[in-house]
Ligand binder design. Structure first.
Ligand SMILES: [Zn+2]
Length: 106
């Protein structure tokens, strides 16, 4: 397996520092930047879902994902299972008229 030029943990640390800095910067400038800053929360939720989909596809169990996120298997299932199924359906579905494909536009 090829090594990544930057380890994921370092990458995530850099993003965390950038988000903190973005908060300070937005606090000095235009109020519209506050809106943009809030939109990052949606991006983060989508990125977490992408990660969960990938981890599930790699064989990680709901119990392991629950433990890794400081909750239980049941909480992890409740939070992500239907969203993961939805994403996987969009990836796998071959029905050109599928309502899920059209509704998401992604
Ligand atoms: Zn479908």
């Amino acid at each position: 397996m090829p090594t990544r030029p930057v380890e994921t943990a370092s990458y995530l640390s850099a993003i965390r520092r950038m988000i903190r800095a973005a908060g300070r910067r937005a606090g000095h400038d235009d109020v519209e930047e506050l809106t943009q800053l809030l939109e990052l929360r949606r991006e983060l939720d989508a990125a977490v879902l992408t990660a969960v989909v990938g981890l599930r596809a790699s064989g990680w169990t709901w119990r392991q994902l629950g433990e890794a996120t400081g909750t239980s298997k049941e909480a992890a299932v409740l939070k992500w299972a239907s969203k993961v199924r939805h994403v996987q359906h969009r990836l796998d579905c071959v029905d050109p008229y599928c309502e899920h494909r059209q509704a998401d536009g992604a």
